[in-house]
Design a protein around this ligand. Structure first.
Ligand SMILES: [Zn+2]
Ligand SMILES: [Zn+2]
Length: 177
């Protein structure tokens, strides 16, 4: 099997975690994981304790072009991990194999998703990611207009107002000169 990202190197058996083997690329450090093996491994894991943090210097790769499955050569589908991260996992639904670019396994661990990877491949998850991403974009747009400090303040007020029984009246009060 050749690496779907750099295409020239051959994938080698690689260990992601104790009891979880995949196929790694010696050149780009991406890993192919069989979801069949993954599910079996994930079931045997205790509840995730002690969240791993992603070291700042740790590089997370992202293959932006479409990848062909190293097993069946069909195009793999991309699934964004979270609305605040551009990283996407590649999946071949036919072979049930996922491709993780270099550092994406560490990213899943840092986001507490390493035991719940198949959830990312669901429509519900992807809908939530799109909502998160559009909320993030909206916040960035307003931050450019009003500045980080003002938006942070507005977020606090928004949070406070969220479940306030007199939310409507208070918003009306604030908006009225
Ligand atoms: Zn590679
Ligand atoms: Zn395939």
């Amino acid at each position: 099997m050749h690496c779907p990202a750099c295409r020239t190197s051959r994938l080698q058996p690689a260990k992601l975690e104790d009891g979880l083997l995949g196929h790694g690329c010696p050149q780009c450090s991406g890993t192919l994981v069989s979801l069949l093996h993954y599910r079996d491994w994930a079931e045997r894991q205790p509840e995730q304790e002690g969240v791993a943090t992603l070291a700042a210097e740790e590089q997370v790769g992202e293959s932006s072009h479409a990848l062909s499955c190293p097993k069946c050569a069909k195009l793999m589908s991309k699934f964004q991990i979270s609305g605040t991260r551009a990283n996407r996992l590649d999946l071949c639904g036919t072979c049930d194999e996922a491709w993780l670019d270099s550092g994406e396994w560490q990213l899943l661990k840092a986001l507490e998703l390493s035991h719940r990877m198949p959830a990312i491949f669901t429509e519900a998850w992807q809908r939530q990611v799109r909502q998160q991403a559009s909320e993030q974009a909206r916040r960035e747009r307003f931050t450019r207009i009003a500045g980080e400090e003002a938006i942070a303040r507005a977020d606090e007020i928004r949070e406070w107002l969220k479940d306030h029984p007199r939310r409507r009246e208070l918003l009306f009060y604030i908006g009225h000169d």
